[in-house]
Design a binder for this molecule. Structure first.
Ligand code: NAD
Length: 314
């Protein structure tokens, strides 16, 4: 409803939506497509003017089917943006030195501006060691402690922000503007990849932030105080109608594979952490699953890679 309108004071948005009882469905796919076009144009300028082609290297270890799909999508999107895109597939049994050696080569490869190691890694590999071996200036996933520190300190100009919360923030700001003063944000989930960086971004934008997790008491009650509710848990449709404050912006990060029976046939279905049907008519705006946070995550990876390439010129 307001997607194309100018940013307005959050409170006005709130009142209007609450009174109307309608829910804006935030189209992450369309937003990502628009950003993709801008990134493609900027990449072309960089290539034509300075001969620099943004380069993204994706490393995958093993055969996890979901990881393979994610990696394929990332590679495809990078190519669509005109990037130099390389995929390194290592066998499941690869040892730690092999993985570290590959990352070291990519760290010193001038054609590569962004390095991403697809998680989870096989259990014999030390995820922390691997992610910390990526050069901070090529850490487009934002998992290096240097980037985490910069983000936590609020130095966003110097940090690569993890792609999922970065994408969520773009959608939140499009709804509510850049200043979230006076609004209460509740983030459900405290992972290093989503929950914690999401909270840091919201705090930087002046929201009052509460982080909830599996040990939080009275979770539905806390959630219902949120003007901005971010669900990053991994539990199918956990957030129901009674968790949502009327008019709240609901960002559903969860990706849960479920099965439903349609005409006597069992079919696979992706659902979020929020019961979408129940949220309609209560939330002021909501991201769907699929088609919300997912596409924005990939495009923020491209945005970080482009930025990394641009930074080599300064
Ligand atoms: P995680 O497992 O690392 O963290 C989950 C968090 O949820 C934990 O902090 C835990 O304390 C909390 N939690 C678990 N059970 C809970 C409960 N009953 N009540 C309250 N809190 C609970 O997961 P993650 O990597 O942060 O991902 C979360 C979800 O987001 C998953 O479904 C994942 O697939 C999805 N995800 C989506 C994208 C995307 O691009 N759309 C990206 C990353 C993650």
């Amino acid at each position: 409803m307001f997607l194309n309108g100018p940013p307005r004071p959050a409170v006005i948005y709130f009142l209007v939506d609450h009174l109307m009882g309608t829910t804006t469905i935030i189209d992450g796919k369309a937003k990502a497509a628009a950003l993709s076009q801008k990134i493609t144009e900027k990449a072309a300028v960089l290539r034509n003017n300075l001969g620099i082609r943004p380069g993204l290297a994706v490393v995958i270890v093993g055969e996890d089917p979901a990881s393979k799909v994610y990696v394929r999508n990332k590679k495809r999107t990078a190519e669509a943006c005109g990037f130099h895109s390389v995929k390194h597939s290592l066998p499941e049994e690869s040892d730690q030195p092999t993985v570290l050696n590959l990352i070291s080569q990519l760290n010193s490869d001038p054609d590569i501006h962004g390095i991403l190691v697809q998680l989870p890694l096989p259990s014999h590999l030390n995820e922390q060691l691997v992610t910390q071996s990526i050069a901070p200036e090529k850490d487009v996933d934002g998992f290096h402690l240097q980037n985490i520190g910069m983000l936590t300190a609020g130095h966003l100009d110097n940090a690569f922000v993890p792609c999922t919360p970065a994408g969520c923030m773009v959608m939140i700001e499009e709804q509510l503007g850049h200043d979230l003063s006076g609004l209460h944000a509740v983030v459900i989930g405290r992972s290093n990849i989503v929950g914690k960086p999401m909270a840091s971004l919201l705090l930087k934008a002046n929201a009052t932030v509460t982080i909830c997790h599996s040990r939080t008491k009275d979770l539905p009650k806390v959630a219902k105080t949120a003007d901005i509710l971010v669900a990053a848990v991994g539990r199918a449709e956990m957030v129901g109608a009674e968790w949502i404050k009327p008019g709240a912006i609901v960002i559903d990060v969860g990706i849960n594979r479920t099965q439903v029976e349609i005409d006597g046939e069992i079919k696979n279905k992706l659902v979020g952490d929020v019961n979408f049907e129940e949220a309609l008519g209560i939330a002021g705006a909501i991201t769907p699953v699929p088609g919300g946070v997912g596409p924005m995550t990939i495009i923020m990876l491209m945005s970080n890679t482009l930025r990394s390439a641009e930074m080599t010129t300064s």
